[in-house]
Design a protein. Structure first.
Length: 73
């Protein structure tokens, strides 16, 4: 499965929401608060998050594409 790197929270959400990619690598330093908010949002929608080396990968399941989260930034 094709995955893509994201360099911001906004980019993670955009890539997963547009449906083109089912796997997104979080390729930036993310605070623990932002990580838990992001993982909470996506895991509620059936995504799985795995640590791969120094980074995390979010993989969507067969769930439908949800509404976008509110952007705090």
């Amino acid at each position: 499965m094709k995955s893509v790197k994201a360099t911001s929270i906004r980019e993670v959400n955009e890539k997963l929401l547009n449906g083109e990619f089912k796997e997104v690598v979080i390729d930036f330093d993310i605070s623990s608060d932002d990580f838990f908010a992001l993982s909470d949002y996506w895991c509620e929608r059936g995504a799985k998050i795995k640590k791969e080396g120094e980074r995390f990968k979010i993989k969507l399941g067969k769930a439908s594409i949800p509404e976008p989260p509110e952007d705090k930034k």
